[in-house]
Write a protein that binds this ligand. Sequence first.
Ligand code: NAI
Ligand code: MG
Length: 357
Amino acid sequence: TQKTITVLPGDGIGPEVTTAAIEVLERIAQKFHHKFSFQEGYIGGSAIDAKGEPLPEETKEMSAKSDGILLGAVGGPDWDHLPGAKRPEKGLLEIRKSLDLYANLRPVKAYSSLVGASPLKREKVEEVDFLIVRELTGGLYFGEPRKREEVNGEEQAVDTLVYKKSEIRRIVKRAFEAAQLRKGKVVSVDKANVLESSRLWRETVDECKTDYSNVELDHMLVDNAAMQLISQPDAFDVIVTENMFGDILSDEASMLTGSLGLLPSASLGATGVGLYEPVHGSAPDIAGKNLANPLAAIASSAMMLKYGFQLEKEAARVEEAIEKVLGDGYRTADIAQDSTGVVTTTEMTEAVIKALE
Ligand code: NAI
Ligand code: MG
């Protein structure tokens, strides 16, 4: 397999963790006789500094022409004074929009050697291994009209929650397909007892289900889902939901395992060019010090192999290597119980590469 990968390191620890991911991908290419070539572009604050805007045209073009995008993180105190339209985060929103990345996939998995870091009891999190599939380009965050107005002498605000059936169908199909690669269980989360958009959501999910007879489907109201994520997190396999519910539930879920530096994500679209990035931000407090945990970025590159390139064996190899180094006790500072034996970004990366063998 021959692939061109766009790397957008971004800001803060972004360059450190994407470098780690590239090294892992290069080793995988070597081992499995693939050819991956890497091209680097600007995004976020570093793009503002170099090119005057958070998503330069050349970044957009090279991204669209590649087979997958590996992103670090954007933002930091150097750019916090800028107005909204010129901020680093704008680069991220724009690239998602320009590639129509409507499906955000966030796996949440407990590593048994680390469950002590969870705020929940060990036996609750030990078996946690699920995937949240969040709709990313529709719903309340994008609906029109959105406005402030005065009605009967009082100020009010309006946001609009709209979903087209086709928008629901394409995200739900993604979830069913993902479930087929996993344990075959989908929970669709909505608020169908109250919201019309949720009733259309639920109907559409049921219609799509007929094409996936080997997948089990349940519907769950979002308030109940928020509770179940804490009381029975190990009961889930794939959760599919609309934009705002997914935003909230995925942040809730990211706390379950107690290790932000381990969580990857993928944003997939209609074009086949996916964007893969760690869930964490640019961590300006530790940037440039070789302290960042590279595992979330490395796990993101495994998602690129799996969901972007359909290289499931290779992806599994990377995931196993991550489990191995954690099982062997390798810890960057963010996941260490105490300060003994803490490894750097580069040492952790070397350990993963060694574990690939
Ligand atoms: P953050 O995720 O960057 O950091 C939160 C805490 O976790 C910090 O103490 C940090 O040192 C630690 N941390 C995060 N990732 C780590 C890693 N890989 N290894 C070790 N420790 C890690 O979130 P924060 O502090 O709220 O935001 C910092 C900047 O990042 C802001 O400018 C924010 O806008 C941006 N950000 C960007 C995101 C993105 O690019 N997708 C997502 C979230 C925040
Ligand atoms: Mg959020």
